[in-house]
Design a protein. Structure first.
Lengths: 403, 403, 403, 403
């Protein structure tokens, strides 16, 4: 076991630097000890923190490297190691890889600032000067800094004041490993059930259009969904796809418009209205399969909230929006996991009703929808930018096994 | 076998109406006979077409219903059938479902225009007047039009002249049944191979970030991909993920950033540069798995085109963009199917080089990217708005079987 | 005045080719005469059309060039002109610019197919063979085809049958000249008013967030908007921004969150509820400025449709969605232009109620929203992919002058 | 002047709570004094902070209200004020507006937990129990909590460990007041120039397509842009639009495709190649207006980086991507503000070369592009999700005055 002491200075509390540093240490599974913290009493005083970290030396080295991205340095900076490049365009192994922060290198016992900070470069020392160098420009004999000894970075200053625009960050992105995410959502659902919590699914019409409704039905039948919120569109297309094989008139088995299919959703709504309720239509054998039938047969409660764009609507739809929201509130106690599935309107409406402690996953192909939910105050939500149909297919296999 | 004669009138050629009507008939699998076409000689003369369709009566009825959306009517309009509603809020079965086009109904031998055209409504006749009625407002005893007898619609006029903005249509949409689309792409790839054509894959870095690179590798190993185009990013992250387990520093097995991982891609590029080429790095055992190694081992040619944002780059990357495009052109002859996988830049570049006869599928989670390819002239491309990682997972199962 | 005869052959009706050709001719302002049309009687017979076009020779040349993109050729193809390149990498002026269609060139009285079709290239003839050549590869002395004489293209065959995916096209794109589009929308609004039609504005909350609400107010005051549809969100944020200077708690004058601002919308709703209606709150002086106050003072009717995500809601909101839709229907007769301003839900709901003859503009920064409206059947809508705040600012200047 | 002491407890450092609280205080312009901080030495110990804030009592009240969103409470919680509702559906003025955090209310000297936490509600006390109540359900006589006295919230626990998905936040959103943002960008540009810094514009082709190129030209002529980076597309379309009036063949003055326009960009590239350089083409009078001509005439340096999708390219384009990046690096020293204008590829490439201290604004209509820049490490970038054409129009007016 080795240990290192790192130091952070500046407006490290209100600029979030200290928090990010501690966060990075914890994520790395490394033990830390805050050995010295002086927090400025007022917002004009700088603060300083010294943190001791302990662990395997190789892990500590990687961590220290990572912490430099946030402006933290080793207290004892060590000495600079220079290695001459042996091939043009190729760096020595273990080269120091730059950040875009202001950086100093210890050259002949003096801290020399890097002249042209640029990320993802190497540092080359020539005649006591230090410059960044992109890999392809390295020449044989160039003196390259190796390791992080003798290198320190300066914490970035946070800009204050004018910020109608915001600092960008990429927390909601489509570029994530998706198979892994499906496994993690499945794990949370299992954990919620083991702890006695309920799982709520909030479904938009795109669940049906992208072919995901049979998966929702299977999740209901296998007991993974305990309550379902949706609108007239989801319920209608789910029933339409099972009674007539189409969704908004498009044949789900072939992906092409059915002749005369444009009025299919109206005909289905009309027949369910004739039966008086979805449950009655299921009992009469008019609706046999699909998510809504699965709810009826398995006693899974559902709330269909009305909207001004509804055709019909189905007899179970709450046309009074205040009553719809109140009906949803009845089912909120006990919910531990909420899945928002491709439903902007319902996701925001339901998000408004959920306590912060409910683990919420918002799945949508459109990043803007995922962002909008957080804009409306549901900061606890996790965004998953993906296509809801394939997502539900994989989630169902993860929870129910291959069909 | 029954037959019907339908009629279409107006600017039916240059407004695309005749084409859409014939297209709809063909898609429905119905045989037609153009029995009378008078096309106006100049662009101010209207045209008329009479089309005889033949088939099963129920199918013809559905087709005629569909054709009304385009403004086509039965020549013999038949007589209007009125049925009184028996329940409030419920329409008689077989009710005529409206379009938003101007519509007439034959009432007492006179064509009476519908007063308030609105789509997805019923038609109610009262005191010789005809109005649309949404389902929820129907009352017991209302005289509702059933079937399409006695109903005719007017073809919409196409607006001309000022159109910096364009008519909207929804040909590229994320709301499609995705499992079906995967099967169809798999079928096209199989058909291309059976006919002796080559399959080209164009891969962007998001293929790796979303977990799709092992699928690309498997498709290559099983012989489904014959040539691969990509950039420095895809190849680097593919190798990084196999050598170090990360993609842009994110652990693919856990989805979380690796400590020190931010420089992983640079270190991998540096080592491959040291080996001199990807093939040499594979031969030396530095790269064992992944899409690039699969190309090397299976003799599948690849072209890596450079871009100004490249780090490194890898030694195989063409840094001269004109040479890169020329290198890609060498592999175009014989390509029958091109898969553009989450790659804006390369998709457009490759699209520019492909003959119109190459069947092209452009897969991206971002609808704007898919649209941009067509903007650049590749009108033959099919857009698939979905998440590339899960798409590749399903495509691989469809072609290679369960892993 | 010159004239030319062009010919088109193949499945030119149901593949839309004839329509596109006529469309292109009309758009170019050229007079045409369909001198010979043979339309196959059944869907297996090919069709042929010969079209005479008349106009200025230079314009005809440009038009013929354009028509080749659709597979139309001159009946008399003329003779091939070859010009030797005089500079490496530079083509002779007037060079023939290729499409990606299969193409033949008349060489020594024989039609020679181009060996490697690729768009945006030149054609070079060598030893009786014809190849495409990208500009940068041309060498001094290369024999380059100049003009379209002696060149013919083959109409693309339309693929049929399997099309869960669709051909891409770019009709809805953000890459359009926006200042021009604003002028055209302003022209349509003026034309509608001159013809006695009404202008309907449908407003989403983003109109307020992006700073566009004062523009809507000014358009109302100057008489350009005759009826307004919105939801609880738009009306609340409009009032909040005028009473408290915030929108969802963000200070509109500074773009930063106000302290305690997160409950501002609730406090405003509560006070308007205390007054009993928006009109009463305006009469009492609680609400002075903004779009809703402008409606009240200028007698412009408005309908606020409720949704399940509403806080409050404001007393004027129809919480019953069926009643909301019916209330909107009351105002539809007479509407000639509808502006859908950043409102997914209301745009689709209102689109459902409008006859096809209403000129509809759907403005949203998100291309998927614009597409969705067409998916729901409102094919007459024009999509404008832009930021609604700046759009309204420019539209207001175009209609009301500088403020 | 009043003062208050607030308290925060839990994992307040590594969960970012302390930082957010201090940040909120500073943003509010309030003076604070950290009177007592105990930070747990290891990552399993909780921390506590007491903060004294001083200012106007009304401001302090608003601030305390805001701080409760982060889980901070007054040390002396005060006493609960209950006011009976006087109207059904209307709350007493000053009602306590809830968060979705776990919350306690002091009732008869005991802390009673709120039974059903939900945001944007009131708190009602009945028989010693406390519940949230949406506004529309309040009845006459309900005892409603007014003010924040006697209310405390619990800091949310940060979830740890599994996070391939990330917490959502909305820092990059299109829903921002845009006119204000334009002013702020203009202010930053002015400030940079006053301090002797350079302004760099990075332009994508959409700048031309959306009508923004004349604005870029004017900004160059008036001295607001000191260096320009772009690709072959931007330069070509800028020249095409000035020489031929089209952009990718679309007439910019009318927004409709020009006949024969599809090859315009090739013809323009060909002629500039004939001249040998853009500067030569300007000198010869072939190119008179536009951004590139403005650069030449005003001595503003530009770098055109090549890409594999380039037609031609123009003679000034660096076809070697490594040389292109190196050429850009030459101009980086001294840059204080960078404007990334609708250019994914170039924005990321340039972002890679800029030190963290360069103020970077990334303008794009597509939120995913803005996010992608941060994904690649340019955390200093501010995202502005808007339409680049109108944005440039307004920025030019802000800096250069009305044209």
């Amino acid at each position: 076991m080795a240990n290192e002491t790192i130091e952070l200075t500046g407006h490290i509390v209100d600029s979030l630097l200290l928090a990010k540093v501690l966060d990075t240490i914890v994520e790395a599974g490394i033990t830390y000890d805050l050995i010295d913290v002086e927090i400025g009493r007022t917002n004009t005083d700088p603060s300083t923190a010294r943190i001791e970290i302990e662990g395997d030396q190789a892990e500590l080295d990687r961590l220290v490297d990572e912490l430099q991205l946030h402006g933290a340095n080793r207290v004892s900076s060590g000495t600079t190691t220079l290695v001459a490049a042996e091939m043009a365009g190729v760096l020595p192994a273990g080269f120091y890889s730059t950040t875009n922060l202001a950086t100093d290198v210890l050259v002949a016992d003096e801290w020399v600032p890097v002249e042209n900070p640029e990320m993802d470069c190497a540092l080359v020392v020539t005649d006591g000067r230090v410059r960044t160098l992109p890999m392809h420009r390295v020449l044989v004999g160039d003196q390259i800094v190796v390791g992080s000894g003798g290198v320190r970075v300066h914490a970035p200053a946070k800009r204050r004041g004018a910020s109608a625009f915001e600092f960008m960050n990429s927390e909601v992105s489509s570029e994530k490993p998706k198979a892994l995410i499906v496994q993690q959502v499945a794990d949370r659902i299992r954990a919620a059930h083991e702890a006695g919590g309920k799982v709520l699914a909030v479904c938009g019409p795109a669940v049906v259009h992208t072919g995901g409704a049979p998966d929702v039905a299977r999740l209901i039948e296998d007991g993974w969904i305990d309550v379902l919120f949706a609108g007239n569109g989801f319920a209608t297309h789910d029933i339409e796809s099972n009674v007539l094989g189409t969704s908004l008139g498009v044949l789900l088995a072939e992906g092409t418009p059915a002749e005369g299919g444009h009025s299919n959703h109206l005909r289905v709504i009309n027949e369910v209205r004739r039966h008086g309720s979805i449950a009655a239509a299921v009992a009469a054998g008019y609706v046999v399969d699909g998510a809504m039938a699965a709810c009826v047969r398995n006693g899974v409660p559902f709330v269909l909230g009305g909207s001004i764009r509804d055709d019909g609507p189905l007899p179970d739809v709450y046309v009074n929006t205040a009553e719809a929201a109140d009906a949803m509130r009845e089912h909120v106690p006990g919910v531990a996991v909420a899945l928002m599935l491709a439903s902007t309107l319902h996701a925001i409406a339901v998000g408004n009703c959920l306590p912060a402690g409910v683990e919420t996953f918002c799945v949508d192909i459109n990043q803007a929808v995922v962002t909008k939910l957080a804009d409306r105050g549901s900061h606890q939500a996790h965004g998953i930018v993906t296509d809801v149909g394939p997502f539900l297919g994989q989630l169902t296999i993860a929870l129910c096994g291959e069909a």
